[in-house]
Design a binder for this molecule. Structure first.
Ligand code: ATP
Ligand code: MG
Length: 626
């Protein structure tokens, strides 16, 4: 059977025999008590997977592998910030997770309690996450780069009993004082103050004692060698809370279950990522993002594979550092973001060519549009398969992807290929909600129930779950809020966010179409396009372009004409500005709503997840020069 026919059959069965399909996938993990039924969908859109099954993620990710692979590395930690490498075997990880779990129990943490984890990319981040899931506590990991405001709102939302933090993190050799950020965050909270457990790395010279803090190294000594039996939880028991990036509005607290997530993670490694026990996976992301949760922490260990945890920048000490890790540890699968690859692209192909990367079977990229040029460049540089996969914090694993495990389908640059098994995707006209056919654009929707592993609700707010995601049109469909097109072969193309769609004199353009066109100019590094109000045409396009380093700036007309040549006169930007940076979230996504607000002379409002607020002034200055 061809790979395409194989995929079609696999996909079709996941939709037409949903329960049979997922019952088979559920056998990929261990159940302490078997589930009564595969799916309870009596209360749409709330889906419960593997009803009344009892399991534990930590048990499945660690204990289960001890007999066969106790001495195999579970985690390889590489820090180019503090120049350290640590290989942690499954047995050692078991011991360290148990010691921390025992300490958490002593500190009064029990099933259902929330624990906020605010840590840099160190082994204790993984250990803390598993210590929580071992005892049924619900973790909420907050990205280490977030400042006090974002921290405070997440503490208020989850009301954790405990916060696990470090004295400091390092990025590019610069120390970030976590404790002082936490102190300011705690000063702003409205809920009861949580206990604080500190992993002291001795990186800061400015001590910042927090009231009642517990020093991890001192406290854990009494727990070394202790074993804490895994707490068997119902499949629907929450495993964690994680917030979306906040690109389009206030971040949403995604709640994930236990059984469905564990099954989805293990199944995705088999069918999508093509990773099996004993393989090595390197995910260049952060444990604070969904890609880190799923593909640094949970999926690799649920599989019995080895995960590489990297603390540092991808270009330091040199731009070959990631490839050196792939070669050294024989990573079979690598996963990172298009932004990271674009950064490496600027430094030249020789950094990739320097290493023997024959071990690397597939590179996966997700998080934002992967422009055709970058897709082509990295595929050629690696002489290999590069898979664009499209998903969201909400889903926890790919919605649209190609399949290294099942057998790769032909790749098309610019497309994240086809729907993953379990996702019944369709496009609807963003205004009328009518279904659209091949080669027409529309909002990407998913017919519920959402498959296992996806969010089960918004933390503490069932109503917001229904209102936010299931009220886009009159049917109870899940809205991704992305704008897409499907071609005649059933391949999807993501064109941007659906509320950013630009309508010029009746022609609907996704922001990505304009941005991608601009990016084909050899001097352009990145671009953002927005549709500003225009009395005559409805909307006009205003574009902002960041150039590659060390290039002679092209004229604005030259850049506008690139768009005309690629798309047509209709897409010609009315205004185009060359700027030094774009406003982005901490997770690297362009905040177009802020750009649009400034371009239309409005206040961009509260942007708690913005990486650098100074970029707003850059946009303001550019707009003033119109
Ligand atoms: P918020 O929902 O809070 O506004 P966000 O949508 O940026 O923030 P994430 O869950 O981190 O939060 O990002 C998911 C979004 O990222 C997707 O909805 C999509 O817009 C974009 N995205 C992810 N992967 C891809 C991809 N492969 N191609 C194009 N866009 C992608
Ligand atoms: Mg989103």
């Amino acid at each position: 059977m061809s790979n395409r026919a194989n995929y079609e059959a696999f996909y079709r069965r996941s939709i037409t025999d949903r329960e049979g399909f997922w019952r088979e996938q559920a056998a990929l993990i261990d159940w302490h008590q078997p589930f009564d039924s595969v799916l309870d969908y009596n209360r749409p859109p709330f889906a419960k997977w593997f009803v009344n099954g009892l399991t534990n993620i930590c048990y499945n990710a660690i204990d289960r592998h001890l007999a066969a692979r106790g001495e195999q590395a579970a985690v390889i930690w590489v820090s180019t910030e503090v120049d350290r490498v640590e290989e942690i075997s499954y047995r050692q990880l078991y011991q360290r997770v148990n010691a921390m779990a025992s300490l958490l129990v002593e500190m009064g943490i029990t099933k259902g309690d929330r624990v906020l984890i605010y840590l840099p990319m160190i082994p204790e981040a993984i250990i803390a996450m598993y210590a929580c899931t071992r005892i049924g506590a619900v973790h909420s990991v907050v990205f280490g780069g977030f400042a006090s405001g974002a921290l405070a709102s997440r503490i208020d939302d989850a009301a954790p009993k405990l916060i696990i933090t470090a004295d400091a993190g390092m990025r590019g050799g610069k120390v970030t004082d976590y404790k002082s950020l936490l102190r300011d965050g705690l000063a702003a909270i409205t809920v009861e103050a949580p206990k604080v457990l500190v992993i002291n790395r001795h990186l800061t010279t400015t001590p910042c004692p927090l009231p009642g803090e517990v020093d991890f190294a001192e406290a854990v000594v009494r727990h070394v060698g202790k074993e804490v039996p895994p707490v068997w939880v119902e499949s629907s028991h929450p495993s964690y809370i994680l917030y979306t990036s906040g690109t389009t509005g206030r971040p949403k607290g995604v709640q994930r279950d236990t059984g469905g997530y564990a099954v989805a993670m293990r199944a995705s490694m088999r069918h999508i990522y093509g990773v099996e026990p004993g393989d090595v996976m390197f995910t260049g992301s952060d444990v604070g993002w969904v890609v880190g949760h799923s593909y640094i922490v949970y999926a690799p260990l649920l599989t019995g594979a080895t995960t590489i945890l990297y603390e540092g920048l991808p270009i330091r000490p040199d731009p070959g550092v990631w490839w050196s890790l792939v070669a050294k540890y024989h990573a079979k699968c690598m996963f990172t973001s298009p932004t990271a690859i674009r950064l490496l692209k600027k430094t030249g192909v020789e950094w990739i060519r320097k290493y023997d990367l024959s071990c690397l079977r597939t590179l996966f990229l997700a998080g934002e549009p992967l422009d055709k040029e970058t897709h082509r460049w990295v595929s050629e540089a690696l002489h290999g398969s590069v898979v664009d996969n499209y998903w969201q914090t909400e889903t926890g694993w790919p919605i649209l992807t190609n399949f290294a495990g099942l057998g790769l389908l032909d790749l098309k640059f610019g497309s994240p290929t086809v729907p993953a098994y379990g996702y019944e995707t369709l496009l609807m006209d963003e205004h009328t909600g009518e279904k659209v056919g091949a080669n027409a654009k529309g909002s990407l929707m998913i017919k519920p129930p959402l498959p296992p592993g996806c969010m089960t609700t918004v933390w503490g707010d069932d109503a917001r779950f229904v209102e936010t995601y299931f009220s886009r049109f009159k049917e109870l469909y899940y809205a991704t809020f992305d704008y897409a097109m499907v071609d005649d072969d059933g391949y999807y193309f993501i064109m941007g966010r659906d509320d950013d769609v630009i309508n010029v004199a009746g022609h609907r353009l996704g922001t990505r179409e304009v941005e991608e066109a601009l990016c084909t100019h050899p001097s352009v590094a990145e671009a953002a396009a927005v549709g500003i109000k225009d009395d005559l045409k409805g909307q006009e396009i205003e574009a902002f372009v960041v150039l590659m380093s060390n290039v002679v700036p092209p004229s604005e007309d030259e850049l506008k004409n690139v768009v005309v040549r690629q798309i047509g006169g209709i897409a010609k930007p009315k205004f185009l500005h060359i700027v030094t940076a774009l406003p982005k979230t901490r997770s690297g996504k362009v905040i177009r709503r802020a750009i649009l607000a400034i371009a239309e002379g409005r206040d961009p409002g509260d942007l708690p997840t913005i990486e650098d607020a100074k970029t707003l002034d850059i946009i303001r200055d550019a707009v003033h020069l119109r």
